[in-house]
Design a protein around this ligand. Structure first.
Ligand SMILES: Nc1ncnc2c1ncn2[C@@H]1O[C@H](COP(=O)(O)OP(=O)(O)OP(=O)(O)O)[C@@H](O)[C@H]1O
Ligand SMILES: [Mg+2]
Length: 264
């Protein structure tokens, strides 16, 4: 099945929240996801209820997976999370060393790790990318079948999308011709005239590529994230319900569970 990178080199735009929200929708719908934390901050790992410091010494994390070029090792680093159907390849701070790793093959290691892996236990593989244009982001784009950009509706949105698009174009031209841009997701959307204007600006520029589903900014997100709980199980508040509905719609709208076509 497809490996999808969730990316934007701009920080704090909701990349990790999008991966978590899609994982939450997957648990609610009975789908299985392999979530790959490629950010040394480890926010995805923690958000899925996995404490990387409590993993046994012999448990591999994303850093071990990327220490050298090895084929077919990805699933050795996958651990079950408390979220039904969701496994994670966890990240720890030492993953930052891979962004500084000067070896020529660093950007090929994630792709190699997935080569020949039997991923039939999953319906989707999602890469949570870090907010920088380094080897970790490029390596994710080299390994991915498709990329989805996440953005807020702000004055900086178009510039941010343009930057990550340039990085994608570079990777597509030089290394991974098969990668496709599968969508743009607007997150943390507040109900005001400025954000309405910025959303229209993004839709004008990118048309059909922009997901119809928009993720609203709601306080319930931080409550769920603080508890490392799927937003779909926080049924109490109107905010949690709005976020659950939005992430279910997004999960059904984005092509993340589609099979890979054309010889990959
Ligand atoms: N829908 C939402 N409603 C309210 N707060 C949100 C929502 N989505 C994300 N946030 C908050 O916004 C902040 C940034 O979100 P998130 O960590 O997902 O962004 P990111 O792009 O992954 O950041 P980084 O670039 O650091 O990896 C976090 O504090 C998160 O809890
Ligand atoms: Mg993040």
């Amino acid at each position: 099945m497809k490996k999808t990178a969730i990316a934007n080199q701009k920080g704090g735009v909701g990349k990790t929240a999008t991966v978590l929200g899609l994982c939450s929708a997957a648990t609610a719908l009975g789908h299985r996801i392999l979530a790959v934390d490629l950010d040394p901050q480890g926010n995805l790992t923690r958000g899925l209820g996995v404490d990387a410091s409590q993993l046994g010494d012999d448990t591999a994390t994303a850093n071990e997976l990327l220490l050298e070029l090895q084929e077919g090792t990805a699933l050795d680093a996958a651990v079950a999370t408390p979220w039904p159907g969701i496994d994670v390849i966890p990240a720890t701070l030492d993953l930052a060393n891979r962004d500084l790793d000067g070896a020529n093959d660093v950007i090929f290691r994630l792709r190699a790790a997935f080569e020949g892996c039997d991923l039939s236990a999953y319906d989707a593989v999602l890469f949570d990318c870090p907010p920088s244009v380094g080897r970790l982001l490029v390596g994710a784009l080299v390994a991915a079948d498709q990329v989805i950009y996440v953005t807020e509706a702000s004055i900086d949105s178009l510039g941010g999308i343009k930057n990550v698009q340039d990085t994608t174009s570079f990777v597509k031209k030089r290394v991974n011709p098969a990668i496709e841009i599968a969508g743009i997701v607007i997150t943390k959307r507040e109900n005001n005239g400025e954000e309405e204007f910025r959303e229209a600006e993004i839709r004008d520029a990118y048309g059909e590529l922009v997901a119809k589903t928009v993720i609203p900014k709601r306080a319930a997100w931080k409550d769920a994230n603080g508890l490392a709980t799927p937003i779909h199980s926080m049924r109490g508040s109107a905010g949690a319900r709005a976020l659950s509905t939005a992430f279910t719609d997004l999960f059904l709208e984005l092509p993340i569970t589609e099979p890979v076509t054309a010889g990959r």
